[in-house]
Design a protein around this ligand. Structure first.
Ligand code: IPE
Ligand code: IPE
Ligand code: MG
Length: 257
């Protein structure tokens, strides 16, 4: 069956989309946006120029994902480790960039019916950043299209630690921990991602073959797509290439082919 091309795709995206099976799109795509520093270094620019250029990639990827009807997109914007291990000047720049992105993008998010969410230890972010984040989330809360989740100050191990603590706290409030029963569903209900299905596809840019502490529980059966493209060069067409690769895979979940 010839797929109807969604409104708003450019010529290259439309061509890539026409190769896809619209009935088998991933329901949740997670992206490790990597390679900003290398992109800048190749151009003899400061690292932060790579982060700035990466915003265009975010915009293109988010819009294309929404247009083709991906229900959930999660972007790893910065990790807890980035927070601790990078110079303060770079972290401050990323905070400023996030605030400017939120302020500038809310109208486009609303136009594309995108609802914004966050995962990570958000309470550790500066108050002024948390205020902008809350504002953007509220401004998009009524949207019924794609859920865009930004992972900020995120660590998968911390998420699991927080989930276990939250399980114990909830049990203590409800009559004591003696009868606490932990199963997979109980853990899922206490993860930051409790409202999201597990990602079907995880994309990492810049060629690195690792998860870097991203969604370790949720990616248990995700298909992994690594592209050498550096994040500042990634566009909607690259996302569609990743989806095409995903559609070639055979998912087994431990069963037989
Ligand atoms: C990814 O780009 C963005 C963040 C982690 C915030 P990097 O800054 O990690 O870029 P490289 O890996 O040094 O090229
Ligand atoms: C992973 O990239 C984190 C984000 C993309 C936000 P890093 O650049 O921090 O990962 P490592 O250090 O190469 O593993
Ligand atoms: Mg990196």
């Amino acid at each position: 069956m010839q797929a109807t091309i969604p409104v708003g795709l450019d010529r290259k995206e439309a061509e890539a989309y026409s190769q896809l099976d619209p009935g088998r799109l991933p329901k949740h795509i997670a992206i490790i946006m990597d390679g900003n520093g290398r992109w800048a270094r190749r151009r003899h620019l400061p690292r932060v120029a790579g982060h700035r250029a990466g915003v265009t990639s975010v915009r293109s990827t988010v819009e294309t994902a929404a247009r083709v009807g991906i229900p959930s997109l999660t972007l790893y914007a910065f990790s807890e480790e980035n927070w601790r291990k990078r110079p303060k000047s770079e972290v401050d720049f990323l905070m400023g960039l996030l605030c400017r992105y939120l302020k500038a993008e809310v109208p486009t998010l609303n136009k594309n019916r995108i609802r914004l969410e966050y995962i990570g230890r958000l309470h550790e972010l500066p108050d002024s950043v948390q205020e902008k984040m809350a504002w953007a989330r509220e401004a998009t809360a009524g949207n019924t299209g794609m859920v865009l989740t930004l992972a900020l100050n995120y660590s998968a191990r911390t998420e699991l630690v927080d989930a276990f603590q939250s399980l114990v706290d909830a049990a203590a409030r409800n009559g004591g921990v003696e009868h606490l029963k932990i199963d997979e569903e109980a853990v899922c209900r206490h993860l930051y991602t409790r409202h999201l299905p597990d990602p079907d596809l995880v994309i990492r840019t810049s060629g690195e073959m690792r998860l870097s502490n991203f969604l370790l529980w949720q990616l248990a059966y995700a298909e992994i797509y690594v592209t050498p493209t550096l994040w500042p060069e990634f566009r909607g067409t690259h996302l569609l290439e990743g989806i095409a690769e995903y559609q070639k895979r055979e998912r087994r979940y431990g069963g037989l082919a």
